[in-house]
Design a protein around this ligand. Structure first.
Ligand SMILES: *Cc1c(COP(=O)(O)O)cnc(C)c1O
Length: 362
């Protein structure tokens, strides 16, 4: 409807505000940031979270230190290499010298040990996490905010899977009181409403967030948004607004439930092979552990024998080595088919491990 109206004199729209359509900014506050105190002039509409991560990197510049979770969504490390924060890749560790990797595995319940984490200017944090599926609890996020406060760090919080949360974990860092003084939040319609190709996201920069000089970060982010970007597509924004209408939001919720049900079925499948499976509850991904194996070997073995694509955990960092990530973003029939193929393949072997992987065991 909106696209058709663009062909008429009354309905035509040219450049919009770079920060985004006012109605959409307001709708985001009213649906997603209720009870956080975030206001619509702190919301910057964008063409997606990935793009905003790079704009934030441009804001911060090359002369800063960063911490990332390990494993982590790759955009943080990659964009910091591009902007010149990270250098000296060490082949033997698979890490960059000047990035702090906050180890987040099953041994620490996927939440970093902050008492042994060095201070950095920026802390990239993603919850619920892609790839591990872990959603940090209120207590953990309070610890993270406190840690950033003491150190004078800025948290760049990624909440693109927030609507998939099925327990009482916070859906935004701004549910933690005083987070507005230390955090920026990046989010997106990509996983919320399948907008990966449409392209629509947003970033929240609270007015209370200041550099140590007392200068508000939002006063620096606004010119970046206006200079490096001419605003999100008006067609995409009209779509986003429709998604946040009561009717649209209800439809989104049922699609999200559908994918989470897919994830539950896949969890049952992998668990029945005796494998330890993480995630699948607050994100539509499973993080499957193959102790002692290499993620690319597992990826290849599954691909060659079942023609199913997974993602090798190593792509998310050093700590992803023994894992694969399995996505539940698929029609239900494909999930049935995948479960069947996996069961046929895995059940040929005892004790429920892939043949080659079994041979590697002592
Ligand atoms: C998919 C994904 C993104 C990409 O978001 P876009 O809005 O499509 O750019 C960002 N962060 C995480 C953690 C993701 O999984």
């Amino acid at each position: 409807m909106y696209a058709q109206a663009l062909a008429t004199i009354e309905g035509y729209n040219g450049y919009g505000a770079e920060q985004g359509n006012k109605e959409l900014r307001k709708a985001i506050v009213e649906t997603i940031y209720t009870n956080t105190g975030i206001t619509s002039d702190e919301i910057f509409i964008s063409d997606g979270a990935q793009c905003d991560i790079s704009r934030l990197q441009m804001l911060m510049g090359s002369n800063i230190s960063i911490a990332v979770q390990d494993p982590t969504f790759p955009a943080y490390v990659d964009s910091s290499v591009i902007i010149g924060q990270a250098s000296k890749f060490q082949e033997h560790t698979g890490k960059y010298n000047n990035i702090v990797y906050m180890s987040s595995g099953p041994e620490n319940n996927f939440f970093p040990d902050l008492s042994s984490t060095p201070r950095t200017d920026i802390i990239f944090f993603c919850s619920p996490n892609n790839p591990t599926g872990y959603a940090a609890s209120r207590r953990e996020l309070e610890q993270l905010v406190e840690f950033a406060k003491i150190n004078g760090s800025i948290i760049i919080f990624n909440s693109v899977y927030a609507t998939y949360i099925s327990d009482d974990s916070p859906r935004s860092i701004f549910e933690i009181s005083s987070a507005k003084e230390v955090a920026i939040e990046v989010s997106s319609f990509s996983k919320l409403a399948g907008f990966t190709g449409v392209r629509l996201g947003w970033t929240v920069v609270p007015k209370d967030l200041c550099y140590s000089s007392g200068f508000p970060v939002i006063n620096d982010y606004d010119p970046i948004a206006c200079t490096c970007f001419s605003g999100a597509s008006n067609v995409a924004q009209a779509g986003g607004l429709a998604c946040l209408s009561p009717q649209g939001y209800k439809a989104l919720q049922s699609t999200i439930d559908y994918y989470l049900k897919n994830a539950e079925m896949l969890v049952d499948t992998f668990t029945s092979f005796g494998l330890k499976v993480y995630g699948g509850q607050n994100v539509p991904y499973l993080w499957v552990h193959f102790p002692g194996s290499k993620s690319w070997d597992i990826f290849n073995e599954i691909l060659e024998n079942t023609h199913i694509l997974t993602v090798p955990g190593r792509g998310f960092g050093y700590k992803g080595e023994e894992f694969i990530r399995v996505s539940a973003f698929a029609p239900r029939e494909a999930i049935y088919e995948a479960s069947m193929r996996l069961t046929n393949y895995f059940s040929e072997t005892t004790p429920w491990l892939p043949k080659k992987l079994l041979m590697k065991l002592p």
